[in-house]
Write a protein that binds this ligand. Sequence first.
Ligand code: ZN
Length: 474
Amino acid sequence: MEWEDLESLRFELDGEIIQLENGQAVVSYGGASEDRYTLQNRVAQGDLNGDGYDDVVAHIVLSTACTGTFHLVVGVIDNGKGGEAQAPVSVGDRIVMDRIEVRDRTVEVVLFDREPDEPFTVISRRQMLEIDFAGPEPAVAVIDSQPLESLTPPGPDLPEIDIRFDPGAIGAIVAGSIEFRQRQTYTVYISAGQWFSAELDAPLGVWLDVRLEDHVVASGTERFQHVQAELPATGPWKVTVVSAHAGAAEYKMAIEALPPGSEYPPATTPTESPDDVELPDHSLAPTTDGTAPVVYFTFDDGPHPVYTTQVLDVLAKYNARATFFVVGSLAEVLPRTIQRIVDEGHTLANHTWNHENLAGLPREAFDDTVGRTQAILGSRATNCLRPPYGSLDAFTREWASEHGLEVQTWDFTPGDWLQPPAVEIAQGLLDHARNGAIFLLHDGGGPRAQTVLGLDMALQELSSRGFRFEPLCT
Ligand SMILES: [Zn+2]
């Protein structure tokens, strides 16, 4: 029996013949209702009936529109002339499969399950089943069932991590991987009265715990993935990611701590007023058709929990529309910021998944980083790709076009990522403003307070000169 044979497995379930093709079968009941069978990439092998031939045990997930997801275990007996599927055994709905093994002619299945009154997502016990496929009907027995509390954790808690925000920043994003029953604690120094927010992007079963000694803002048992509060005490707050998710889980977490008295989301609070800055007089750039001249502001490397919000506030103040070339992995953890960008009339474009340098990247990696970013933006994605570092090779444009994307560069950037004074950023923009100019600024990738303020100054002056500010990309 080969894997290919399993991909075209045929078996009978409740009197119905199910025929897999490429590991899948769809049984349609007309309209929207359908059952989908998917062969999982995990099989066990061994002699189930003692005839000397190795048999196979397949794991198939059955997704139904109405009743949920069921896990089927199918013994495929090989008698030397090919495999014959036995009647499938349903080992539960909404379980997490841990492992399937063949031992002494029986199949041992270990899975994580819920108590009957638990919500879907919380795994509360581990069960071990024994299935005997030798008889005319498979026989199932539960040979062990333990509540999770009685199981030892896989190892000690992960070492604590101190979070220090970049100078000028009031937020940070962290990422990690956590095993079942592990805890990862982050220490963040926060003053009493600061407005705190932690947002976790993780599978269900991974929760937040936020506390400072006996000040408990959120307990890990309360199953929060998003915590917002004005913190009642000063000190090293412990923000802990706890996992009740079976198996390893990847997570990302955005943390913010705003000054006391802040509103949420944070309002723009420039440290200098744009009115105090003297800018030289420039005459209005003429347009050939007599309409108001347009410049295109573009922002790379976001979204960021603080600076993107501030940039959006400034753009709104001048009724300006812009284009945000976002990093897909950040867009994934800040869905509300992404939606706000779209809701306020700006466009979203692709700046790769993890800010990869596209020059020299193999085709598969290119497709992955660009395709994943388009996918996370969904129908809000536009047709533009901006390669990080402006770095292209001979294939970049061709491969981009196969994703329906055009490479979009820029005419001028004031080098705001080097954090020059805001007035220099504004001056550079004003010096290069002409009809059709594309400007590059950054709303992420580092402290961007100067960018926010420089943008405010430049927009004020450009508005008074009659410029319009439009988005690129469609
Ligand atoms: Zn970039």
